[in-house]
Design a protein around this ligand. Sequence first.
Ligand SMILES: [Zn+2]
Length: 91
Amino acid sequence: MDRESFNTYVLAWAKRIGVAHKVKEIHLRPMKRKIASCSTKGRLTFDPSILSKDMKELDYIVVHELMHLRYPNHGKLFKAVLSSYLNSRVV
Ligand SMILES: [Zn+2]
């Protein structure tokens, strides 16, 4: 996936999750300790290595970060809603 399609893809998920209005910036830049992060101000950062992952992994990473715009932690609700989105993907 190239960078432009990646942006479109992230925004499509953001709309679906209902957080599109909260996404301010999407960055792709090398990260040291993790592959993705999300700030409370709506700045999403992803390591460029994710562009070569398969869709299933990519969905997991991207939806996980976007979900943090709704839930700040990894509580029960976070996990339940995350898996319901991932399982409902129409391939
Ligand atoms: Zn997380």
